[in-house]
Design a protein around this ligand. Structure first.
Ligand code: DX5
Ligand code: ZN
Length: 214
């Protein structure tokens, strides 16, 4: 299992030690949650913070944009050096075009779906994306309770990927811990995002290691 710890639950008053922990850990990515107060009812951080984080972080950046019009920010996300740019399906009426533009900028394209968005809305884009991010909470806040229906969606997405020969990876975000992570691993998830479970742990690096072993 690959693990993408979410910076949202780190100590914003003192990010450096948390980033050093991430660098020294077995984390595969660092997950950055961008919120605009429009697409989701919260605001997190923007480019000045992400630039400072990108300079210190040695892990590939997995940027999750919970914003309207994410296509307006493709070059700025690329300039951060991000590996994955995740946009919400619900925020992109011209999703295919956005995916093409993310690829043209040299990044992997991820498409994220909210808890109420069915997997089958991805049928006509699945062969063009590098990753699908299934939300297992309603986006906007860390520390929420896992929505069990997400496990069924991971299974359904795994079947869709296998049936089409798509190379898309399956990432899951929200309420991930060792119990829910195990269910997601069994259902076919490739990458787990974890915020509060990692940063709230007594030993975050060890927690990342445990999630990786699922
Ligand atoms: C929620 C964010 C998540 C969040 C997960 O909107 O997309 O990445 O940080 O937090 P936990 O793991 O605490 O549910
Ligand atoms: Zn996220």
């Amino acid at each position: 299992m690959l693990v993408s710890p979410s910076l949202l639950s780190a100590d914003f008053g003192n990010l450096a030690p948390d980033l050093e922990m991430i660098n020294a850990s077995e984390a595969d990515y660092l997950h950055l949650d961008v919120m605009d107060g429009v697409f989701v009812p919260n605001i997190s951080f923007g480019f000045p913070v992400m630039k400072a984080v990108a300079q210190r972080c040695k892990k590939p950046l997995d940027v999750h944009l919970m914003i309207v019009k994410p296509e307006n920010w493709i070059s700025q996300i690329r300039d951060l050096g991000a590996e994955i740019m995740n946009v919400h399906q619900e925020a992109c009426p011209q999703l295919h075009s956005v995916v093409q533009r993310i690829h043209a900028a040299g990044m992997k394209a991820g498409v994220t779906i909210n808890p109420a968005t069915p997997v089958n809305t991805l049928v006509d884009i699945i062969e063009d994306v590098d990753l699908v991010l299934i939300m297992s909470v309603n986006p906007g806040f860390g520390g929420q309770k896992f929505i069990p229906h997400a496990v069924k969606k991971v299974r359904e997405l795994r079947n869709l990927i296998d049936a089409t020969g798509s190379k898309a990876k399956i990432e899951v975000d929200g309420g991930v811990n060792l119990e829910t992570g195990k269910l997601l691993a069994e259902a076919g998830a490739d990458i787990l995002v974890a915020g509060s479970f990692v940063f709230g742990a007594e030993n975050p690096a060890e927690t990342i290691k445990k999630l990786r072993s699922l």
